[in-house]
Design a protein around this ligand. Structure first.
Ligand code: 13P
Length: 250
């Protein structure tokens, strides 16, 4: 059985003071959650977030990590730096990183390796753009992102790797994939994992849906068999909305 995982992606939002307030308010509201609860926050908020979440079931993640151990990479953060902060998860290959910061499947692959080396669980984002979807390229794009992004990883690595299927056209747009569509596409990702890696990997890997997931649609999405959780942007910035999504089964 795959344990569901609901993760927030704060993107470039919240100061340290706001981080402390939100996590302090959130903790009691999600204490009884049956799923893994994660908040991925800006680098500058990590230490505050870890401290605020201490003793609770809220895990903390970063939003990116560099692949090199150290060196002349101005503005980047290494896996060892995150490890020292006891960060539990890290988002890798978010579509905004691919779109605005030149992230490729190759750099995704290297970043996942760096995270695993530091014993940090990667949340690897994949998803097609609107143009790719309209061009009938969704399956091809997903196959490339999965095969290239996760190339070389072994069965035991997939105990840690989480995949987030985030159709780019659904991110921050209020347009959600229908629950059936999201379920089918995630089923297709499992098919790629079975074909290119191993059936056991397809069965055990947790795959989230992301893209305008909110209080209105979370129950319907989470009811689908293939969907093991959500990666939540906008709705993860509001205590009550995020708590409601985390408690989707209550
Ligand atoms: P929204 O929930 O704001 O659409 O963002 C989704 C996302 O990009 C999560 O990583």
């Amino acid at each position: 059985m795959r344990k569901p995982i609901i993760a927030g992606n704060w993107k470039m939002n919240k100061t340290m003071a706001e981080t402390k307030d939100m996590i302090t308010a959130l903790k009691p509201l999600v204490a009884e959650a049956d799923c893994d609860v994660v908040l991925c926050v800006p680098f500058t908020d990590l230490q505050t977030a870890k401290k605020a979440a201490k003793g609770s079931n809220v895990k903390i993640g970063a939003e990116n990590v560099h692949w090199a151990e150290k060196g002349a990479f101005t503005g980047e953060v290494s896996a060892d730096m995150l490890k020292e902060l006891k960060v539990d998860y890290v988002i890798i290959g978010h579509s905004e990183r691919r779109q605005y910061f030149g992230e490729t499947d190759e750099t995704v692959n290297k970043r996942v390796q760096a995270a695993l080396n530091a014993k940090i669980k990667p949340i690897v984002c994949v998803g097609e753009t609107e143009a790719e979807r309209e061009g009938g390229l969704t399956e091809k794009v997903l196959e490339r992102q999965i095969v290239e992004g996760l190339k070389g990883f072994k069965a035991k690595d997939f105990d840690k790797i989480v995949i987030a299927y985030e159709p780019v056209w659904a991110i921050g747009t209020g347009k959600t994939a229908t629950a059936t569509d999201a379920n089918n596409t995630i089923g297709y990702i499992r098919h790629i994992l079975a074909k290119k890696f191993h059936r056991s990997i397809a069965e055990k890997t947790r795959i989230q849906y992301g893209g305008s997931m909110n209080v209105k649609n979370c129950k319907e999405l989470m009811a689908e068999e293939e969907i093991d959780g959500g990666l939540i942007g906008g709705a993860s910035l509001k205590v009550d909305d995020f708590a409601y999504i985390v408690n989707y089964n209550k």
